[in-house]
Design a protein around this ligand. Structure first.
Ligand SMILES: [Zn+2]
Length: 487
């Protein structure tokens, strides 16, 4: 048994002004064959899962390149083609193969390629032929195109949002591909297109119970795998939106897959456009809410300025609001501002300096803040955990303006866990309000220290209200832009 594994991933916000070239992949995460760390990253978990099974089962594993760029705007044609061809050359060299595994995100858009993953998988199929099992792990925020469903034998998406299950789903993928290669099962895939942009969180109901039922159905009655592709609404591509994928064993079960995918899709549609989402508070509403609630810290997610959504993470809207309430002990971060970090590091811990920071990347990111700040602490690399992975925010600094502590980082990444603050000397238990730059991946780690968790609406720059976005390529009808054809 010969198995190949590689990973090529990012999430593209086609409306973002931040562009991605090859150096963005190399700076964020780039591992040539054999150099992948022992711990997984969000989209390279199949490498770690396959290594474990190779050791346990004694098959030959050939590793290709694994790389990731932090979500941003359009990927350059040269970056995508060079990384794709690097991996496809490795695949060609690895022949003959029984299984080819890919760790993808599924929402990468490059100049000239609206469906990078469909392109990659179709080219991989042409190389390995019909007899090799192709499997890929996808982020649930992917565009589930027909092209990639046809090219692969097995697609498995994360089920959890926050994405706490990327390694478990990689294990599922490897297991299913091995069973397929051994002739134990014959995967047959059916997709129901909800014709809706309707994601949901699994850290709250009704998403939690829904995913628990999905998990309970797998492995029974011929059902091999169930995935919900939530889509990624910040992309103007044909296949944006929610789709349900059911993989069953054998043609005899195809109708069962079709029926189940539709039933699950209609259940999601039944929640309504915002029925599955949390309330989002405007800055002053959020501050009033926090002051009215018992305990601390009250944690707020600045969802529409999360680097995970392909935007900068330098919006100052909430900083301005907190500065209007200087009596409140608060912390906010991590902001992306490499220039401010270099100035703080130059001044050193303990220095009091005039600093202009953040509010630079987009018209909706607020204005830069000018203040006299105290540099609390600096670090050469702010390295924080996210489930089984480690995420680097690069050189970073914490600054204080009175009771407000602020984390500034050189790298653009989400505030996944409290060490983003505590490693820079900020005691979160002393804070009434903590604001994190994350959509929902912060949830698992911060729920351990938060008195309450809420979500902010600071007005952007992420295109949160899709009815205000000009889509040119999206298939119609799709709700909420149009009436939903299934309802
Ligand atoms: Zn995601």
């Amino acid at each position: 048994m010969r198995v190949f594994v590689a990973s090529l991933a990012t999430e593209t916000n086609t409306f973002s002004p931040l562009f991605v070239d090859r150096t963005a992949f190399e700076a964020a995460f780039y591992c040539p064959p054999g150099t992948h760390p022992q711990t997984p990253t969000l989209c390279s978990a199949p490498v770690v899962a396959a290594r474990r099974r190779a050791r346990a089962d004694g098959f030959t594993l050939i590793e290709g390149t694994a790389t990731w760029a932090e979500p941003a705007g359009l990927v350059s044609r040269q970056a995508y083609e060079s990384l794709r061809d690097e991996i496809l050359d490795q695949l060609q060299q690895a022949l003959p193969l029984d299984i080819a595994l890919f760790g993808l995100h599924g929402a990468m858009v490059a100049r000239g390629y609206d469906d990078c993953e469909g392109d990659l998988l179709a080219r991989a199929r042409a190389i390995v032929g019909p007899g090799c099992v192709i499997g890929a792990e996808l982020d649930m925020h992917c565009h589930l195109t027909d092209k990639r469903v046809e090219a692969a034998d097995v697609l498995v998406a994360f089920k959890e949002f926050p994405h706490t299950d990327f390694l478990q789903r990689a294990d599922d993928l490897v297991e299913l591909c091995l069973r397929t290669a051994h002739g134990e099962v014959t995967p047959v895939s059916e997709v129901f297109d909800c014709r809706a942009m309707s994601g949901f969180m699994t850290s709250r109901q009704p998403g939690r119970a829904f995913v628990d039922r999905m998990l309970a159905m797998e492995g029974r009655d011929g059902i091999l795998s169930i995935s919900v592709a939530h889509g990624f609404q910040a992309a103007d591509v044909y296949d944006v939106g929610t789709k349900v994928l059911v993989v069953v064993d054998g043609e005899a079960n195809r109708q069962k897959a079709r029926t189940l995918a539709e039933a699950l899709g209609r259940e999601i549609l039944g929640w309504g456009g915002s029925g599955a989402g949390p309330r989002h508070y405007k800055p002053e509403e959020a501050i009033a809410l926090a002051l009215a609630e018992e305990g601390q810290p009250i944690v707020f997610a600045d969802r529409w300025d999360s680097p995970g959504g392909g935007v900068a993470g330098d919006s100052t809207v909430m900083v301005e609001a907190l500065l209007r309430h200087p009596e409140i002990p608060a912390a906010i971060g991590a902001f992306w501002d490499p220039i401010a970090v270099s100035l703080c590091r130059g001044a050193g811990a303990g220095a009091e300096i005039p600093l202009r920071f953040c509010g630079k990347a987009a018209a909706t990111s607020g204005a830069p803040i000018d203040a006299v700040v105290t540099v609390r602490a600096t670090t050469d690399d702010l390295l924080i955990p996210f489930e089984q992975s480690w995420v680097s925010l690069g050189p970073a600094a914490s600054i204080a303006i009175g009771n407000l502590d602020i984390v500034l980082a050189t790298g653009r990444a989400q505030t996944f866990s409290p060490p983003a603050f505590t490693d820079l000397g900020i005691d979160l238990s002393c804070k009434k309000i903590v604001v994190v730059k994350s959509s929902n991946h912060f949830y698992a780690a911060f729920s351990k220290i938060a008195a309450q968790i809420h979500y902010l609406d600071t007005g952007g720059p992420y295109p949160a209200d899709v009815t205000k976005v000009t889509y040119r390529k999206v298939r119609r009808p799709i709700s909420p832009l149009d009436a939903n054809p299934w309802l």
